[in-house]
Design a binder for this molecule. Structure first.
Ligand code: SAH
Ligand code: SF4
Length: 358
């Protein structure tokens, strides 16, 4: 059983089932989340026989590192292998600019929520090979623990902008977040956790109704149905008017502004008309806009617009009173990094098995 998928109540139940007292749940949480041990053997205040028994029942790390790229001061990508050999990606962004949290010196990780993605946005590496499965809550929590363990860095910000659509794995997502947020768990404040969605309207409303003050980012990428519909198939199911309505509901319910993510793709969504339409949506909702120059994806032939076009797009937003940023540095292309390492590995795997496992 995957221990990282369990809250204290459930861990207590699981312990009782194997004839152990419930209070051991608190002891285990302290070892796992406070002292961060990754094996039962290290739990020195537990009798040896009990440690062995627990090791036979529970696993503490549902993933192993398959590959790593990047260096200490830049964005580092980690490819993890799950128990069923599927691959996911997690990205560590050191001291990144204040894109999602409020402070500039935060170390952010970009977490995956599914293996692959069913939504098939035309610009995205994660959806190219379709959807494989949802991650368990434990596989989500483990990304955080493993990255801190490997990097030796303390992470103070999480964005769900890795592979997959978090709102299509809503239950496990919220379970993982509750463990990450819990005082007995990782203890990360809810305001340091951002979930990004391609626009699953009913889930945006559910998210507004749940009690935690989490942050929300919307992958907009098109400011009219015509343009958005061309690049994001989800727009057919939930057109812009419905999406914007759900965003307004979220903003009013949470008394919190959300962020629009907008990838700039040459000759697709980078016109002045789109900039003006985007400015209207953002102003109505007082949403912040993050412009992201498109990152090249193997197998796709889109391009990013020239720099002056990007700057002009930004200027139009700003001149209309919208709070907007343009990511200029390559190393800070947070989410763009996600999905791409896995895609490369999957491609190689079809030639030689277990590519890059070190
Ligand atoms: N499924 C969710 C969460 C994944 S985030 C969502 O779509 O919001 C995926 C994000 O990765 C997108 O919003 C986009 O910001 C980024 N992204 C994907 N492909 C990209 C690319 N080729 N270039 C730049 N950013 C990209
Ligand atoms: Fe899936 Fe998000 Fe990529 Fe779209 S952008 S394919 S929803 S991961």
């Amino acid at each position: 059983m995957d221990l990282l998928s369990l809250n204290q109540e459930e861990l207590g139940d699981a312990l009782e089932e194997i004839g152990e007292p419930r209070y051991r749940a608190g002891q285990l949480a302290s070892w796992v989340y406070e002292r961060r041990v990754s094996s039962f053997d290290a739990m020195s205040n537990l009798p040896k026989a009990l440690r062995e028994k627990l090791a036979g029942q529970f696993s503490l790390r549902p993933l192993t590192t398959a590959r790593e790229s990047g260096s200490k001061d830049t964005t580092r990508k980690f490819l993890f292998q799950l128990a069923d050999s599927q691959l996911i990606e997690t990205v560590l962004i050191p001291a990144s600019p204040a894109l999602y949290g409020e402070r500039a010196d935060r170390r952010t990780i970009c977490i995956s929520s599914q293996v692959g993605c069913a939504y098939g946005c035309k610009f995205c590496a994660s959806g190219i090979d379709g959807w494989k499965r949802n991650l368990t809550a434990g596989e989500i929590v483990a990304q955080f623990l493993s990255i801190e363990e490997i990097s030796g860095e303390k992470i103070n910000n999480i964005v769900f902008m890795g592979m997959g659509e978090p709102f299509a794995n809503y239950e496990n997502l919220l379970k993982a977040i509750s463990i990450i947020n819990a005082p007995w768990g990782i203890g990360l404040g809810s305001r340091h956790i951002t979930v990004s969605t391609s626009g699953l309207v009913p889930r945006i409303r559910d998210f507004a109704d749940q009690p935690l003050q989490l942050r929300l980012a919307i992958s907009l990428h098109g400011a009219t149905d015509e343009v958005r519909g061309q690049i994001m198939p989800v727009n057919r199911k939930y057109p812009l008017a419905e999406l914007i309505d759900a965003c307004a509901y979220y903003t009013s319910k949470k008394k919190q502004h959300l962020t629009f993510e907008y990838i700039l793709i040459k000759d697709v969504n980078d016109t002045e008309e789109q900039a003006r339409a985007l400015a209207r949506h953002a102003r109505d909702l007082q949403a912040k806009v993050n412009l992201i120059p498109y990152n090249t994806v193997e197998d796709l032939d889109w391009e990013r617009p020239e720099q002056p076009v990007q700057e002009n797009f930004l200027k139009i937003l700003k001149s209309r009173g919208v709070s907007a940023t343009l990511r200029r540095e390559k190393g800070h292309d947070i989410a763009a990094a996600c999905g791409q390492l896995r895609l490369q590995a999957e491609r190689k795997k079809s030639v030689a098995p277990v590519a890059g496992v070190e």
